[in-house]
Structure formats: C-alpha cells, structure tokens
Ligand binder design. Structure first.
Ligand code: 13P
Ligand code: SF4
Length: 312
C-alpha cells in the first residue's frame, strides 16, 4: 500500500477504535478476542486468549454484553456459560470448518455402538454436539480432561489430530472422529524441514491440531497459550511457529527481542480473519448479530463445559 493510503487507513482505524471505546462504556461491554484475530482487533480487546482462557473469562465477567471476536462456536460457548449476558459477534459468517465436520446423528450412532464410552468433545464444536457430550476440552487441557474421565472407552470428537496427540497420554481406548482443522492440517513435514534448514538455530513450536507427523518434529507441543508462554520463558531467541499466524501479535508483544518465523504462509484461518474494526463498531451499535442457543440445548451443553472448567 502506498504511504498516503496507509496513513488514511491508520486514521480510519484510530477513529474506529475511539468509537469502540465509547461503545464499550455505553453498552457496559467487554471485548474478548482469540489470539488468531487480526492485530487491530486484538488491540481493542479487553482480554485476549486461547479457547480455554476465553471460555473462562466469559463465565466470570461482570459486563452485560460480551463482544466475541473469534469464531461462532466460541461465541456460543460464551452464551452457554453466561446465559444472562448478551453475546454479540462482528460477523455471523465466522464459522469453524472443523466444528462442522461432526453431526449429531453420527455422534448418536457412535454412542449406540459404544454404550459404555464417555464422550469427550473438543470445544471446537456446535452447542448441539456439546449437548450430547459428557465433558468438553480445549487444546490447553485435553490431556488432563482425558485423564479425569472415569471410563475405559472414550468417543473423541471432532479433531483426529488432537485426538491422536492425546491418545499418547492415556491407556484408555479412544474412538476418534475423522475431523480436522483445515488450517493447521495444511502444514506438512516438508514445510517444517525446509524452514529448519533455513533457520538452523530456531526451535519448532507446534499446535497439536497439526498432523501427527508434523507434531512429532516439535521441540515444544502445546495450545496457543502454551506456545506463547514457552517462547517467552525459553532461552532460545528464534522460533519456527506451527500455529495460526495471528499468534504473532502476542508473541511479539511478550518477546520483542525474539524472532518468529511462521512455518508456512498458509497458516492463516480465513474464518478468524472475517472480523474487523468496522464490523465490531456495527455490531456494538446495532447489538446484532446476537448468539442464541435454545434453552434445552444450552442446559445440557453447559454441563459439559462446566465439567471441563472444574478439571484442575
Ligand atoms: P486453542 O485456542 O485452544 O489454542 O485452539 C486453537 C484453535 O484452532 C481455535 O480455533
Ligand atoms: Fe477452526 Fe482451525 Fe480456524 Fe480454529 S484455526 S477456527 S480450528 S478452522
């Protein structure tokens, strides 16, 4: 972009940010943003986090309105955990393809085939799936959750890559659904080997939503928050990052003296990027679109999320 256009854009963003701050006060609203959001969206957030921290925050906030900048299932989880709050999202089209890879009929059929199995569901799922679930998890607590479950057999939905990772930490029999994250699953062994050759002093940090053979190459494997914490605390100064590109915002804030190379230019979740400042202003002005979860679904789904939040 040429200099003049950049300056115009910066000025527009300053105005939008000012309006957002006014609206936060008028509406008694809090903005929650996932680490995969655009930098300018993370900048206006009152709280940034991974799926687990955002769910926890939604359950605890005193604000009347939650503006959820992430993807649809995250807004839904916030509404389920905070049913008396109004939850609005900047753009209804921000979905998660992995969450859509599992359907209620398929899950019910699996439950009939394995009547003694407990259902553990990744938070990247719809409210209807959560309502058919014993306990939810996120990538931050998946191993702990699996270990906390009192059953020898586990039906795991929807992420096969995270399921494979977790299965290495339990003797329980895991029946794993074939879903995956289109973004993380794009990263290949070849990409990582090429990056390692280009940056021989860098450590490879990777999210368990990546393919098992890619995760195996990791010097560190963890959720988005765990990766950010590891990079901050490590003595190493250079990292190849195997998770979504938006994580760079918090990585650079926390570790300005370190260098981060993203493992491929394809590690961008297009769904996360549909939110922007203009849409935040619009949803806060109109209070639309709002997240609605039918009460009978929400009640059951809440149990599975609350059980997760209680796992220590
Ligand atoms: P976490 O937020 O648990 O790291 O999960 C990553 C993700 O893909 C969220 O959609
Ligand atoms: Fe879904 Fe993957 Fe995007 Fe997360 S990064 S919202 S799992 S598609």
């Amino acid at each position: 972009m040429e200099a003049l256009a950049l300056e115009r854009k910066a000025e527009q963003n300053r105005e939008l940010k000012k309006r957002i701050e006014e609206l936060k006060k008028e509406r008694n609203a809090i903005i929650l943003a996932h680490y995969y959001q655009r930098d300018e969206v993370q900048e206006v957030a009152d709280f940034r986090g991974d799926s687990f921290l955002l769910a926890q925050k939604a359950a605890q906030t005193d604000a009347e309105v939650i503006v959820f900048c992430g993807v649809h299932f995250m807004g839904e989880s916030a509404k389920i955990l905070a049913p008396n709050k109004t939850v609005i999202i900047p753009d209804e089209r921000a979905g998660c393809p992995m969450a859509d890879m599992v359907n209620v009929e398929g899950l019910k059929a699996l439950k009939r085939q394995h009547p003694k199995a407990a259902v553990v569901t990744y938070i990247n799922s719809s409210a209807e799936i959560k309502a058919e679930t014993d306990i939810c998890c996120t990538s931050a607590n998946a191993v702990k959750v699996i270990q906390s479950v009192d059953a020898e057999e586990i039906i795991w939905v929807p992420d096969k890559n995270l399921g494979h990772y977790v299965s290495q930490y339990t003797d329980k029999k895991m029946i794993i659904w074939e879903g995956y994250c289109n973004t993380h699953d794009m990263l290949t062994v070849k990409d990582v080997i090429e990056m390692k050759a280009q940056h021989p002093n860098a450590q490879f940090v990777v999210h368990p939503e990546c393919r098992p053979e890619v995760v195996e190459l990791g010097d560190f494997v963890g959720s988005t928050t765990a990766i950010i914490k590891y990079c901050k605390e490590s003595d190493c100064k250079e990292f190849i990052v195997g998770t979504e590109d938006g994580t760079g915002y918090q990585l650079r804030l926390d570790s300005p003296d370190k260098t981060f190379h993203f493992a491929t230019k394809f590690l961008v979740c297009p769904n996360m990027k549909v939110n922007n400042l203009k849409k935040i202003v619009r949803c806060m002005e109109t209070m639309q679109p709002q997240i609605y979860v039918p009460p009978q679904v929400a009640e059951k789904a809440r149990l599975s999320l609350e059980r997760m939040l209680q796992v220590k």
